[in-house]
Design a binder for this molecule. Structure first.
Ligand SMILES: Cc1ncc(COP(=O)(O)O)c(C=O)c1O
Length: 366
């Protein structure tokens, strides 16, 4: 088992060895940022670890409210709801909207948190083929009765393949059915895609009353916890209809303070988003030049899926050379292609020399 013995960043200490680190989701290297660490330390001195009561009682504090305020601004919305883990976002959305749909349609490769969220509602769940709007249409026509309203939920970006869900195509299908809703798990899109890093809907230039997303502040943003933004009425509804955010302990206060600082840094330095995309385009082009079939999106997840190669051995050999990439075995995580894949994460903090070395070593080993 590998042990991470430093903050994750472009250089990370793993099991006693400092390596070029191309794994995980800390795309801006904020987890080890000095301002963020300082904010967490100051908050823990003032508030302790947490409030030891749920947010429905005395458990609110200024740090939690600051995160919600900063997140509302980040997403360009009136309000936001901050809770302990991005994993719970889909459950909160589906519980909050429970009176507004009868059947849930889910991309079959969706993240576990999507499937779990759908399961707790006790509403029928229908899976459709991965990224396939035509199959979605077929499944809705087959399963939806005339008095029923459909809700579609899927990952905005898939965590291993980095594929983006074809949301405009899904919306075209949903337009055929009255009062349909779309929810997107934007855990990997938050802070990453869209002009202002607001995620999948911004990436496609979409906004609408029946379009909702849940995000995480634990990945690109370098803090911790889940986030849903929207108008005041919608956020109030989620608070009323889902027990999760206010009947559980909030995000520990130092982690919330780190998150507020991370949001402040991204607000102060919006150029970080472009810097990340530049590195992503650079890495993707270099791998494409080697002959890999790699998409041209700004998503910082690169999936190498080579049927003829021993990908686990590739991970081990790269690690010996001081480069960490991650081999994801088929069936070990949601959405892994058959035969497994090497997942490479690109950070804004990677140097071009690090990326060149990664590509060079992959070329030598394959
Ligand atoms: C698509 C997706 N949704 C939700 C989560 C959970 O988010 P969090 O780590 O913030 O709980 C993850 C990953 O960890 C994910 O990949």
């Amino acid at each position: 088992m590998y042990l991470m013995e430093s903050a994750p960043g472009a250089r990370t200490v793993i099991s006693g060895k400092e390596v070029d680190y191309f794994c995980g989701t800390g795309y801006y290297g904020l987890q080890g940022h000095p301002e963020i660490i300082k904010a967490a330390c100051e908050a823990v001195s003032k508030y302790g670890i947490g409030s030891a009561t749920s947010r429905s009682g005395y458990g609110n504090n200024p740090v939690l409210l600051e995160v919600e305020e900063r997140a509302s601004k980040f997403f360009g919305e009136e309000s936001a709801l901050y809770y302990v883990s991005g994993y719970l976002g889909n459950s909160i959305l589906l519980q909050g909207l429970q009176d507004e749909y009868e059947i849930i349609f889910v991309d079959k490769e969706s993240h576990y948190s999507v499937i779990d969220g759908a399961s707790i509602t006790n509403k029928p769940l229908v899976l459709f083929a991965h990224l396939d709007a035509e199959d979605l249409r077929k499944k809705i026509r087959k399963h939806l009765k005339s008095s029923q309203r459909p809700l579609l939920i899927c990952d905005g970006i898939f965590p291993v393949t980095g594929e983006i869900s074809p949301i405009p195509e899904y919306l075209k299908v949903l337009e055929e059915f009255d009062e349909s809703i779309i929810c997107v798990d934007d855990a990997h899109a938050t802070g990453v895609i869209g002009e202002k890093g607001r995620g999948s809907f911004e990436y496609f230039g979409l906004r609408g009353k029946k379009m909702h997303s849940s995000g995480t502040l634990s990945k690109a943003l370098g803090g911790h916890g889940g986030i849903i933004a929207g108008d005041r009425e919608f956020i109030e509804k989620l608070r009323r209809k889902s027990n999760i955010p206010y009947s559980s302990s909030a995000v520990p206060t130092p982690a919330a303070a780190a998150t507020a600082k991370a949001l402040e840094i991204l607000d102060r330095k919006p150029e970080l988003i472009r810097k990340l995309w530049d590195k992503v385009f650079y890495a993707k082009k270099a791998l494409r030049d080697l002959g890999f079939d790699i998409n041209e999106t700004p998503v910082p997840i690169i999936c190498l899926h080579i049927k003829s190669a021993d990908l686990e051995a590739l991970q081990l050999e790269l690690f010996k050379k001081g480069i960490a990439v991650f081999y994801v075995a088929a069936g070990s995580y949601s959405g892994v292609p058959e035969g497994g894949a090497i997942r490479i994460a690109v950070f804004s903090t990677h140097t071009k020399e690090q990326i060149d070395r990664l590509v060079r070593e992959i070329k030598k080993l394959l």
